[in-house]
Design a protein around this ligand. Structure first.
Ligand SMILES: [Fe+2]
Ligand SMILES: [Fe+2]
Length: 511
């Protein structure tokens, strides 16, 4: 996500998002109305005739809850709010999860409702903080719907409770169940990085579920000693937890695709060797591919060091130079003996070189890769000058060359990840050209790369700090010293079949 300070958010866009919020609210109310009609096709007219004030209360409560969501984003993340796809995604998640809770509550058991599903989807599609807030709002939404619509969302389960007052108790416990399970799922799923781990998560979320159901059933167990009913309820509760993680896994790829969202799973898939663009890079531009692998390693460790998304850094580094696929032979790392630039004017050469940033962006957006990755491809050289061809032009023209014609078109990095890749990219290339790759020499080169970019205001549009830059510099120096380390010189001896050492005459055997 781009830093909010770096994006100009006008009032018009905020009003637009408020209108979309209002439209989504009306769609949600229409959805609830339809659910009431479908739930009791013969009696729904009576329901509205007798309970219109209740329905009105429901509409007001839902409005207040969505108002809270709007204001949360207004103060916390305006950039998220003004992207209308995000607003539609949030409402699509609410509607889907209410619908699934209705289906399982109605046809299986109220305890089998996948109440933690929304929290898990929000965790992977957005982030932990948003997941906790949206899960809280979702629990209250279910509570409000249960309370004001004859519990249709719970499949009418509470109305079967005979004791007066027990219905309310169960509604409140259901609220507790939704809130605690969802929050517990968010807090435990933070380290889940595989789809198998997601299913295992159901086991952890079952623990608070079973405890809450025990508390709910305790009065009935005391009076009737009805342990079988408790075991059945607990079983349904555990089923609901597994349903939450399984359904979240099923629907996640759909939301990833439709709303072009990044998740840890999608990022991992994007860096697999089977992705068409990676395959092309490996076969058509092997030099660039190898360079990208090392940049990915540097970017990943740097991102971990400053607390950024390591998977995103790795994936973005894999694709940062994908624009070179347009003319791979024009880039040094893919050339052998023949250099096409020897036959071109420096102006044309610079034009080819600088266009790889924009070409990469176009290629990635055409392939429907996430915007965050495409942005890094466009921003990883910022507005830096292409020194080699500028210098060549100055020499050929006798000092009459405009630096603008020999600079990348930008924009400069908008995120810390893009800044990391800008530094890692230049450091990898510079270290490769070094003859003396001692840690001190590598440190000197990386420091000068960072200082030059600071002097040229390349970090002015992202919120990277001096502390981050210091950590990134040290991480890259350590990693590059490891990548380009010197091997000890092996002695020039070989062993014959009798395992006797003989002098090797085949030359240097450093491997
Ligand atoms: Fe590049
Ligand atoms: Fe690069």
């Amino acid at each position: 996500m781009k830093s909010e300070d770096t994006i100009r958010i006008g009032k018009g866009r905020l009003i637009g998002s408020a209108l979309v919020f209002a439209a989504c609210y009306l769609v949600f109310i229409l959805f609830v109305f339809l659910m009431i009609v479908i739930n009791s096709p013969t009696k729904w007219q009576n329901y509205f005739a007798e309970n219109f004030p209740k329905f009105l209360s429901l509409c007001i409560c839902v409005l207040l809850l969505f108002y809270i969501v709007y204001y949360y984003y207004y103060f916390e993340d305006k950039a998220f709010l003004v992207d209308l796809r995000n607003v539609c995604l949030v409402f699509a998640l609410f509607i889907l999860c209410v619908l699934l809770c209705y289906i399982f509550g109605r046809f299986v058991s109220v305890f089998a409702r996948p109440t933690a599903m929304l929290a898990l989807l929000c965790l992977f599609l957005f982030n932990r903080r948003q997941a906790i807030l949206l899960n809280f709002v979702f629990s209250l939404l279910l509570f409000v719907i249960d309370t004001y619509t004859e519990n249709f969302a719970a499949g009418g389960a509470y109305t079967t409770v005979p004791e007066v007052g027990a219905q309310n108790a169960e509604v409140y416990f259901s609220l507790m169940l939704g809130f605690v399970c969802g929050t517990f799922a968010v807090l435990t799923a933070g380290s889940v990085k595989t789809r198998g781990g997601m299913l295992l998560l159901g086991t952890f979320v079952s623990i608070p579920t079973v405890i809450i159901i025990l508390l709910l059933e305790l009065p009935a167990i005391n009076v009737q000693n009805n342990w079988i009913a408790y075991v059945a309820s607990a079983g349904y509760g555990i089923l609901g937890c597994f349903l939450s993680s399984a359904l979240a896994m099923c629907f996640l790829p759909l939301f990833e695709f439709v709303f072009n969202r990044l998740t840890v799973f999608r990022l991992r898939e994007l860096t697999s060797a089977n992705v068409p663009l990676i395959k092309r890079l490996r076969t058509e531009a092997p030099g660039t591919f190898n360079h990208s692998l090392i940049v990915a390693q540097l970017a990943e460790t740097s991102a971990i060091a400053i607390g950024e998304n390591a998977e995103l850094a790795r994936a973005a580094a894999y694709y940062h130079d994908v624009g070179k696929l347009k003319q791979p032979d024009c880039f040094t790392e893919n050339q052998t003996d023949y250099n096409v630039h020897d036959e071109l004017t420096p102006e044309l050469s610079a034009d080819i070189i600088r266009s790889h940033a924009k070409d990469g962006y176009d290629l990635l957006t055409a392939a429907r890769l996430p915007e965050e990755i495409a942005d890094v491809a466009r921003e990883h050289h910022g507005t830096l000058p292409i020194k080699y061809f500028y210098d060549k032009a100055m020499r050929l023209s006798g000092g009459d060359a405009n630096i603008r014609d020999y600079s990348y078109l930008g924009p400069t990095p908008h995120t810390k990840i893009a800044a990391i890749i800008m530094i890692a990219d230049a450091s990898e290339a510079a270290a490769r050209a070094l003859k003396d790759r001692s840690p001190e020499n590598v440190e000197r080169v990386v420091r000068s790369i960072i200082e030059e970019r600071m002097d040229l205001d390349q970090f002015a549009t992202c919120d990277i700090t001096m502390r981050d830059l210091t950590i990134i510099k040290q991480t890259i120096v350590d990693a590059l010293s490891g990548v380009h380390h010197h091997r000890v010189k092996y002695p020039s001896i070989r062993f014959n079949r009798e395992r006797q050492a003989v002098v090797d005459t085949s030359g240097d055997e450093n491997e």
